[in-house]
Design a binder for this molecule. Structure first.
Ligand code: GLY
Ligand code: MN
Ligand code: MN
Length: 463
């Protein structure tokens, strides 16, 4: 299937959804360009929704889809002077043939054309709360329509969030998306292998100044980019020793020392799709007994979560499965003294495990690393549940897993120094994260090009 057909099919699906809801028109801008400092911008990254429906990555573009099926694109006009500085623009004239849209205009014509496109539609759909100022912009166009009421133009009487429609589509990955996600996962796995091997090699032959977190970050970026990845999918975490207990740590300049662990959470973005891998390994390639003890608990918890990732299970099931193994491990190692905390069910009930495991095990992944998609099963009623901190909340039953969904599986244990916590475990932070595609029978881990098993990691780092 040609890629333009993929985007045309997705746009047709949006048009059908609008029609099924009584008709209307949808509009969607791509992402703005953000200034970094003075006249330099951050590297440009398109809006995921917009790219999902167009495959077009030029800034200042807008897509309009009517429930009739007619599609209109607004894009930057051709401009020889700007193209000399910034690069070729597609331009509105070439857009219909290239992108399969029915009509295309310059973005400069947006304010002039949009009121006419919105007039006399049953409803207007646009993404709520994702594009700053968009609601006000739409209101401005609707006000323009209102000035023409005596000429017979009416503004759409209702507004709807387009994200609801697009999130549900994006939750189920098609074969084109799965192929890219697999490639992204493979590249990222290779980058983790490279970082592990570099770590061991650099500690075998120490350099002046020592091995630093940024050395390993550089290896990751090198491997991502040399395979064609455009960006990291998110800011890479390379955390030496105790830094691994800071969940949102970035790669800094701390020294990686023999005898300590290194936690790397990094994944590339490839052609608009993320990957998200975490591995934790001994900086010099050899786990200490205390590290290995906790490491093996996290491995076992991840296996339990993987087993619970299959069609018919719920999104929460891998989390519950991982939690049970982690909680048992916390009791067995004395992180949670049995005399105080009782048995595994008591720990799950009391939430005492949160001292060492305070995040959830999964999130959807796709174009965005924390991808869109409803975590509750659509069409069900909210019921009493507990949030991550154990507080009572109302929430719908968790989503039933179905083939084509992609989620991460990322259990961990983080031990901050504290009284009553065995000293041998202090400052150990471990997370293992893979990206799972739900298949007809179970799940496919797309990121296992880098090992998880402790012995395999040691062997890889000796090599
Ligand atoms: N790297 C972001 C996450 O694991 O959720
Ligand atoms: Mn993740
Ligand atoms: Mn991650």
């Amino acid at each position: 299937m040609s890629t333009s057909t993929i985007y045309e099919k997705r746009r047709a699906a949006v048009a059908r959804a609008l029609k099924a809801a009584g008709g209307g028109i949808a509009l969607l801008p791509t992402a703005p360009e953000y200034p970094r400092n003075r006249d330099s911008d951050f590297p440009y990254r398109h809006d995921s929704y917009f790219y999902y429906l167009t495959g077009f990555d030029e800034p200042q573009s807008w897509l309009v889809i009517a429930s009739s099926g007619k599609t209109t694109l607004f894009c930057r006009p051709k401009d020889l002077e700007r193209e000399i500085w910034d690069g070729i623009r597609l331009g509105p004239k070439a857009a219909p043939a290239r992108l399969g849209v029915d009509a295309a205009f310059s973005t400069d014509a947006l304010d002039e054309k949009m009121p006419a496109l919105l007039a006399n539609q049953k409803s207007v759909w646009f993404p709520f709360a994702t594009h700053e100022g968009l609601g006000a912009r739409v209101d401005g166009w609707l006000d323009k329509v209102r000035t023409r009421v005596r000429l017979g133009d009416e503004p759409p009487p209702s507004q709807h969030d387009l994200c609801g429609v697009l999130d549900e589509m994006r939750l189920f990955k098609d074969s084109h998306e799965i192929a890219i996600l697999r490639r992204a996962g493979k590249i990222s796995a290779g980058a983790h292998v490279r970082a592990m091997q570099t770590s061991a090699a650099m500690l075998r032959k120490p350099i002046k100044g020592g091995l630093r977190e940024y050395h390993l970050e550089a290896e990751l970026l090198h491997e991502f980019r040399r395979h064609g990845s455009q960006f990291p999918a998110y800011t890479s975490i390379v955390a030496a020793g105790a830094n691994a207990c800071v969940l949102h740590y970035r790669a800094g300049d701390a020294e990686l020392k023999a005898g300590e662990l290194c936690l790397i959470d990094a994944g590339c973005e490839l052609d608009g799709y993320a990957s998200d891998i975490t591995r934790t390994f001994p900086a010099d390639g050899k786990f200490t007994p205390a590290q290995r003890r906790l490491y093996d608990i996290v491995v076992e918890s991840q296996y339990a979560a993987v087993k619970a990732t299959k069609p018919g299970k719920r999104f929460n099931d891998p989390h519950e499965a991982a939690l049970r193994v982690l909680a048992q491990g916390m009791l067995d190692t004395g992180l949670l003294p049995k005399a105080k905390h009782g048995k595994v069910d008591d720990v799950l009930e009391s939430g005492a495990y949160r001292q060492f495991y305070m995040h959830r095990t999964s999130h959807w992944m796709g174009m965005d690393v924390h991808d869109c998609g409803d975590y509750g099963e659509p069409g069900t009623k909210p019921r009493e549940d507990k949030d991550a901190m154990g507080q009572p909340i109302l929430r719908r039953p968790s989503r039933i897993l179905r083939p084509g969904m992609v989620l991460t599986i990322e259990p961990g244990i983080y031990v901050r120094p504290a009284k009553n916590v065995p000293r041998e475990f202090w400052n150990i932070g471990i997370r293992i994260e893979d990206d799972a595609l739900v298949t007809a029978k179970g799940c496919e881990l797309m990121t296992r090009g880098v090992p998880v098993d402790g012995d395999e990691i040691e062997a890889l780092m000796r090599g």
